[in-house]
Design a protein around this ligand. Sequence first.
Ligand code: ATP
Ligand code: MG
Ligand code: MG
Length: 347
Amino acid sequence: GATIGILGGGQLGRMLSVAASRLGFKCHIFEPGAEPPAGHVAHRVTTAGYDDAVALAEFAASVDVVTYEFENIPTEALDLIEATRAIRPGRRVLAISQDRIHEKSFVNEIGLATAPWAEVSDMASLEAAIAKIGTPAILKTTRLGYDGKGQARIMAPEDAPAALAAMEGATAVLEGFVDFSAEISVIAARGLDGSVACFDPGENVHKSGILHTTTVPARISEAQRTDAILIAARILNALDYVGVMGVELFVTPKGLLVNEIAPRVHNSGHWTQAGCTVDQFEQHIRAVAGWPLGDGSRYADVEMLNLIGDDVAMVPDLAKAPRTQIHLYGKAEAKPGRKMGHVNRVL
Ligand code: ATP
Ligand code: MG
Ligand code: MG
């Protein structure tokens, strides 16, 4: 059978591997960190750094197609792999999503709205950005931020120096603070044949910058639901995308704003494991393997709850709860902020 190469061995790589093995594929994980969660279920793991050209070439040679579970893969590593194997989703979306400024520019260029934003590299450009955008605002590093890391709120212009210091010299983007009524996300898929299928939008609640719950159906109007799906489809088509993408949106009285995109399976799509015949992980594997997309229509109302750090202590009780599906990632230590697992409760 065919082998799928996955860059990254975290929980997303683990759940992709489970889905792939159900479809008869083998998975080869490439992961610099020791004892990756995906290692428990993958056929093979290579533990090597992204600067190890020999290991990368051997990894590429051993697989039929390469996908990834995170977007911050060094360009040189991608070049090396792409010399012999297809990378799906493709390089363009990686270049865009690795940098918030590229991402927002792209989103705006294809006619979609974002929060007002401006590039910030020093105090003068931050002051100019605040003059243009106003406060409250959020300063974010353009690269490498996740789970709310690398962000600083600016409630009033006096907060500017501290916010800039928090960027630690990295290039940043100032975003106007959006007074949203809800945060939603669309988990969208596009096949090798160009067909697009979107899962029903989920409503997201964050706690300390980390996703806490996703609930479907989202409390939005039919018009907003249609808008959300059309926005996601426009993004996928513009990129000639292959695979699953998470599109995070703010719901505002003036319409939907794109917060960010993630060119991979997404935490806010975990509910699909309990709400759909074909979940986001199988959908992604189908897409990158060149299969037809599966039926992702939703047949249940679901709440996904993340188990962060010590939340795993709830597992014995959750294990007794009805209509509750438990997913644990096999991580040894429950550090604060670490995603240990999630539960899907069918409502
Ligand atoms: P992720 O883990 O989703 O990749 P991230 O670190 O890239 O997170 P964002 O998604 O940009 O960060 O922001 C995290 C959360 O902070 C958002 O989901 C939202 O709740 C809030 N937030 C971010 N930007 C804004 C904004 N411009 N206005 C209001 N709230 C915001
Ligand atoms: Mg992000
Ligand atoms: Mg986000």
